[in-house]
Design a protein around this ligand. Structure first.
Ligand code: ADP
Ligand code: NA
Length: 337
């Protein structure tokens, strides 16, 4: 475990999928379990970020926000070791966002790729909302508010941490202090999980096709069905890893390797004797079912207890706010407010 503060958030934009699990929440649980005495762990539900994509229905959004708290708990993050917070309950995120926005160049934001891929209008950028364009600034505010030293992220997020380091540097050089540490990326060991129906794309909550994702609360028979329908190829004489030539198969191998926390080479040895996709897919399904049954049952139990979920979010946010309040006060003091 690294001394310092580990910080990470997830958007409440729908039921968590296998990519979120292997790329984020299971890593949080591992960090939670190995927490050292000189470590602070802050994990959050990024609900302010979730409204930069097409607006969710209010009632549904309220459910997703609570569902995200339940999911994080169901994956094994515990409130006694980790601060589990809801971003919108801590107004300091928005306040620091404004201050940092005054130190971030439009040119830098313009070079970030996610706002382009997430905006509907591919050609005309006039209708892109300010919040979507500027959301890396809010992300920087999220991380810097806790003066985080380590940020566990999936490969897809590395670019945003670069912006956070740039903003931290801007502040430190403007106010001649080493106030914000440059946060380091803690890259997840497991590979990016790809869509089951189109293994050229990543598995994503924003994908409307439910067959493309394994959800954290999918029952065993649904997991088996989705894996059976996963796009692969027609070579069944030999199963080997080739992410370019055989992306579907390689995705299944990566999933098995991620779930089992074993190397790709080990998975290749484990599947060497299999002679058809049905057996290979059953092998992957069995691993997934064994891994996800605990979190699924725990989620089911937790989601029925709204009072408990709300109290966890309120208490975690209260603790997070103690840190956030102190940072904002120090930042404003350094700036002359
Ligand atoms: P999504 O892209 O599905 O909406 P988020 O943006 O909320 O998910 O991402 C939450 C976390 O899950 C991030 O740390 C991100 O890196 C990770 N993540 C998202 N999709 C995947 C994936 N397909 N494979 C691995 N990690 C992923
Ligand atoms: Na994402």
């Amino acid at each position: 475990p690294h001394d310092g503060t580990v910080f990470s958030m997830i958007q409440p934009t729908g039921m968590f999928h296998l990519g979120n699990y292997l790329g984020a929440t299971r890593v949080w649980k591992q960090l939670n379990d190995s927490k050292g005495p000189a470590q602070t762990l802050v994990f959050g539900v990024a609900d302010l970020h979730a409204i930069t994509v097409p607006k969710p229905d209010s009632a549904q959004f309220r459910e997703s926000r609570l569902g995200a708290v339940a999911s994080v708990l169901a994956c094994g993050v515990t409130p006694d070791r980790s601060i589990l917070m809801m971003q919108s309950m801590i107004p300091e995120h928005s306040q620091l966002n404004w201050l940092l926005g005054t130190m971030t160049s439009m040119g830098y934001l313009n070079r970030m790729t996610q706002w382009k891929s997430k905006s509907q209008s591919s050609g005309n950028t006039d209708s892109v909302k300010l919040g979507l364009f500027a959301y890396p600034v809010l992300q920087a505010a999220d991380i810097l508010l806790y003066r985080a030293t380590h940020v566990p992220v999936g490969e897809d997020q590395a670019q945003h941490l670069e912006l956070t380091r740039y903003v931290a540097h801007q502040f430190n050089s403007l106010y001649k202090r080493d106030y914000f540490p440059a946060p380091q990326t803690l890259l997840t060991r497991s590979k990016k999980v790809l869509s089951l129906t189109d293994p050229c794309k990543k598995m994503s909550k924003s994908d409307g096709d439910t067959m493309s994702q394994i959800y954290m609360n999918d029952p065993p028979e649904i997991i088996r069905q989705k894996i059976r329908k996963a796009v692969t190829d027609s070579i069944t004489t030999e199963f080997y890893y080739d992410s370019v030539g055989r992306p579907g198969l390689s995705n299944l191998i990566d999933i098995a390797s991620g779930v089992g926390d074993t190397s790709v080479a080990q998975v290749e040895r484990d599947i060497a004797h299999l002679r058809d996709y049905r057996s290979l897919k059953d092998y992957v399904s069995d691993l997934l079912i064994a891994e996800l049954t605990g979190p699924r049952q725990e989620y089911k139990r937790l989601i029925a207890d709204r009072g408990y979920l709300l109290s966890v979010a309120a208490e975690g946010s209260r603790r997070a706010r103690e840190i956030a309040h102190r940072t904002l006060a120090e930042v404003m003091d350094l700036m002359g407010f």
